[in-house]
Design a protein around this ligand. Structure first.
Ligand SMILES: Nc1nc2c(ncn2[C@@H]2O[C@H](COP(=O)(O)OP(=O)(O)OP(=O)(O)O)[C@@H](O)[C@H]2O)c(=O)[nH]1
Ligand SMILES: [Mg+2]
Length: 298
């Protein structure tokens, strides 16, 4: 019997902030590889999510949202997102279909240009009257680069399996580029830092200073399977420290507890998490720190 050839390909996941890109990548992978929050600009770096469907390895490239950047961190995020399509076999444009105006998605399409073939993915249809979908599709008609349109809910999973199947059959013949059991390219230390940042965003919401990042400083594995992780929450100004600490350190305690549980759930063994706050003035303008935080690629 002939051996079925292996296939492997890259799928870039692009779109405006908060469209549901990371939720979709996690749904494809079946595990949390990329953090999710109701706040815009949650994803700050390119993150790969991997899955295997029979003989095909699909490599999803989660990206920061595309918008009009002002600050240097924002500029590097948008650049990362736009560059993700280079070498991609398919480009998905994720759209929050509840938007009143689709101008920010149109702007992404214009930035990608007419030569970039794009698959339009209308997301969050669980929140939408089905009768509105046709009108939304009409609005995207002026963009000839859209080859196909899908309607999904990344949250409930509706339409996700169909889209995955559609992509699977279209991947090129190629050896697999990552080991079979790997789910992401994010090293564990960075992943753990992201899990803590997710709790910061979820628990502090608009109070969280934009200029906050998390760094895993030490990671110790013990023979009994448990792990000790020490992380710094890095702030740009010492005046911001109190927001994270909370009264008598209650806030940072609650954040640490939730992050620890989330890490344990995914790592499958006990975690001892130690969080502390560190101040590094104006780190966002320092490329060396941006690189260390994984935001700027070296
Ligand atoms: N109801 C509903 N909510 C969704 C769906 N997909 C995503 N969300 C929610 O939308 C919010 C943003 O989701 P993310 O996956 O973080 O969006 P993103 O596009 O990665 O955002 P950035 O990383 O900030 O660009 C979260 O609160 C998600 O739970 C969906 O299909 N339906
Ligand atoms: Mg995201």
């Amino acid at each position: 019997m002939d051996k079925i050839a292996k296939k492997c390909g890259f799928i870039a996941i692009l779109g405006e902030p908060n469209a549901g890109k990371s939720t979709l990548v996690n749904a494809f992978v079946g595990s949390k590889v990329s953090i999710v929050s109701p706040k815009v600009q949650t994803t700050r770096r390119r993150i790969l999510g991997l899955t295997i469907q029979e003989q095909t390895q699909l490599i999803f490239v989660d990206t920061p949202g595309i918008f009009k950047p002002k600050r240097s961190l924002e500029k590097s995020m948008v650049k990362t997102a736009l560059e993700a399509r280079q070498g991609a076999d398919k480009v998905l444009l994720i759209v929050d279909s509840r938007q009143k105006s689709f101008e920010s998605s149109f702007s992404v399409l214009r930035q990608l240009g007419e030569n970039q073939s794009v698959i339009l993915v209308l997301n969050k249809i669980d929140l939408l009257e089905p009768s509105r979908l046709l009108a939304i599709i009409q609005k995207f008609r002026p963009f000839p680069q859209i080859s196909d349109t899908f309607m999904i809910s990344a949250l409930t999973g509706e339409g996700v399996a169909d889209l995955l199947q559609w992509l699977t059959v279209r991947m090129p013949e190629s050896p697999w580029l990552y080991p079979e059991d790997q789910l992401t390219d994010l090293p564990l230390r960075l992943w753990a830092a992201e899990i803590t940042r997710e709790q910061l965003v979820l628990q502090l919401q608009h109070e969280l200073p934009y200029e906050t990042y998390v760094e895993t400083e030490t990671w110790e594995n013990f023979e009994n399977g448990s792990v000790k992780i020490q992380q710094a929450v890095v702030m740009a100004r010492s005046a911001q420290k109190g927001i994270i600490l909370g009264r008598q350190g209650q806030r940072i305690k609650a954040i640490s507890q939730k992050a620890r549980l989330e890490m344990e759930k995914h790592l499958g063994h006990p975690v001892h998490l130690f969080l502390f706050v560190k101040v590094t003035e104006d780190w966002m303008d320092k490329p060396s720190i941006l690189r260390e935080a994984g935001i700027l690629e070296s």
